[in-house]
Design a protein around this ligand. Structure first.
Ligand SMILES: Nc1ncnc2c1ncn2[C@@H]1O[C@H](COP(=O)(O)OP(=O)(O)O)[C@@H](O)[C@H]1O
Ligand SMILES: [Mg+2]
Length: 383
C-alpha cells in the first residue's frame, strides 16, 4: 500500500461523481459543485480560448489539478487533488467555499462518508465498500436499468481504480498521478437530475484522427441517428418519483435507435412514471433556439464528437432546466496560430452538422410538446 506524498499538506479528496451518464473515463466530484475530468490538451486549449458568446452554454472552466492515487492501510482508495500553481487564482478562489479541505485523519474516517467507497482486497480486486451499487453492479451494456445510482459512472470509476491499482502493484514506491481539469458541475443545482447526453452533428471524426478511428466513427454515424438527425443518444437518466430510482440508458442502446426509437426515448426522458413533464419543454426549446443562434455566428468552429447535456429536475415542484455543451477534445477553430487559410477552407462558416442536429432536435421536442399534450395528463403548463 502506498502513502500519499501530500499527507502533510492540505488537499482535496475526490469522491465518485454519481450523475455521469456517458463518456469513456471517470469524472470525479471535487467539492460540492465542481467535477474534474482527465486533462486532454486539446480540450484544455478549447476551454482557455472559449469565445465569450459560448460561455453561458458551457460549464465554467475552473483550473487544473494534479490528482494522486493512494491506498490506505485498509485498502481504501483515495484520490487526492492539489491545485496547479499555474491555476488562475481568480477562478480558483471562487470555489474555495465549496471545497472540503480534508486532513489525512478526516479522510480515513470512512464511516463519516456517505458516498460509495472503493476498496481493493488482498487479492488485488477493486470493489465497492458498501451495497449502494448492487443493482448498478448487475448492469449489462445496452440494457435499460432501474437503479438508485447510475451504473455508468460507477463502472468507469471502478475501472479507473483497477487500472491505477495495477500500476501501483508494479511498483509500490512510484507516485501515480494524473492531471485533471476542473469544471462547473452542471447537475449540482438539481435535486434529482434527469440528464440527456446527446452527441451532436453528422460527423464525429476530427481532422487529426487516425484512419482506423475515422472509419469507426464514420460507421457509428452511418448506422445511427447521427446521419439522419445529426444527433444521437449517448446516455440518459430519468428520475422515477414512485420508486425513487433512475431509469438509465447507455450509449450502446443510443447507437441502435431508429428515428422513431430516438423520438420515443425522448418522450421517456420526460416521463417520471406518473406523468410526462411537458412543463419543462418550452424552456428547453427556447434555450436550444438561443444556442442555435449563437453557433450560427461562430465561423470556423467545429464541435466534432461534442455533446449537449440537457438537464431538468425530477423534483415535481421544480421546473429548472439547464443545457450545456460539453466534451471539446475534438473541437477545432481557426486561430492566429493555426494555418488560417487551410482552416477556413476546410471549415468555412458555422458548424452546419451541429446546426442540423439542433434543428432536428428542436423539431422533435416541439412535436412531443404538441402531440403528448393532447394525450397524457401533465402538470400545469402555465407555471
Ligand atoms: N461539467 C459537467 N457537469 C456535470 N456532468 C458532466 C460535466 N461534464 C461531463 N459530465 C458528465 O460526464 C459524462 C462524460 O463527459 P464527456 O466530457 O463527454 O467525457 P468523454 O470525453 O469521456 O466523452 C457526460 O455524459 C456527463 O454525464
Ligand atoms: Mg463525451
Amino acid at each position: 500500500m502506498n502513502d500519499c506524498e501530500c499527507n502533510q499538506q492540505p488537499y482535496i479528496q475526490l469522491s465518485p461523481y454519481f450523475h455521469q451518464v456517458g463518456g469513456h473515463s471517470s469524472m470525479f466530484q471535487y467539492g460540492k459543485d465542481t467535477v474534474c475530468k482527465v486533462l486532454e490538451s486539446s480540450e484544455l486549449e478549447f476551454y482557455e480560448s472559449m469565445p465569450d458568446s459560448l460561455k453561458k452554454f458551457t460549464p465554467e472552466f475552473r483550473g487544473i489539478v494534479t490528482v494522486q492515487y493512494c491506498e490506505d492501510e485498509l485498502g481504501f482508495i483515495k484520490l487526492v487533488a492539489q491545485p496547479e500553481t499555474t491555476c488562475n487564482d481568480d477562478d480558483h478562489s471562487s470555489n474555495e467555499e465549496e471545497m472540503k479541505i480534508t486532513t489525512d485523519q478526516e479522510s480515513t474516517d470512512h464511516n463519516s462518508k456517505k458516498s460509495v467507497q472503493l476498496r481493493c482486497s488482498e487479492d488485488g480486486r477493486v470493489d465497492y465498500s458498501n451495497n449502494l451499487g448492487t443493482d448498478a453492479v448487475n448492469y449489462e451494456q445496452g440494457k435499460i436499468i432501474m437503479s438508485k445510482i447510475n451504473p455508468w459512472g460507477l463502472q468507469l470509476c471502478k475501472k479507473q481504480a483497477e487500472k491505477l491499482h495495477r500500476q501501483l502493484l508494479g511498483d509500490e514506491n512510484v507516485t501515480i498521478s494524473q492531471k485533471y481539469i476542473l469544471l462547473e458541475n452542471v447537475t449540482a443545482q438539481f435535486r434529482y437530475p434527469c440528464i440527456l447526453d446527446l452527441k451532436m452533428g453528422r460527423r464525429q471524426h476530427a481532422d487529426i484522427d487516425s484512419d482506423k478511428k475515422r472509419q469507426s466513427k464514420i460507421q457509428k454515424c452511418e448506422s445511427s441517428t447521427s446521419s439522419t438527425l445529426g444527433v444521437r443518444l449517448c446516455g440518459m437518466q430519468v428520475y422515477q418519483v414512485d420508486s425513487g430510482r433512475y431509469i438509465f440508458t447507455d450509449k450502446y442502446r443510443g447507437r441502435i435507435l431508429t428515428i422513431d426509437g430516438f423520438r420515443s426515448t425522448l418522450v421517456e426522458f420526460f416521463n417520471n412514471g406518473r406523468i410526462t413533464r411537458l412543463d419543462v419543454l418550452p424552456a428547453i426549446i427556447e434555450r436550444l433556439e438561443s444556442l442555435y443562434e449563437t453557433i450560427n455566428f461562430l465561423s470556423t468552429y467545429r464541435f466534432y464528437s461534442g455533446s449537449l447535456l440537457i438537464v431538468y429536475d425530477g423534483l415535481l415542484q421544480s421546473n429548472l432546466i439547464d443545457i450545456r455543451m460539453i466534451d471539446f477534445a475534438h473541437s477545432v477553430h481557426a486561430t492566429p496560430a493555426t494555418d488560417e487559410i487551410s482552416a477556413a477552407n476546410n471549415h468555412a462558416g458555422p458548424d452546419k452538422g451541429y446546426l442540423f442536429g439542433l434543428e432536428r432536435l428542436i423539431d422533435v421536442f416541439k412535436e412531443i410538446l404538441n402531440e403528448e399534450k393532447k394525450l397524457i395528463p401533465t402538470v400545469n403548463l402555465a407555471n
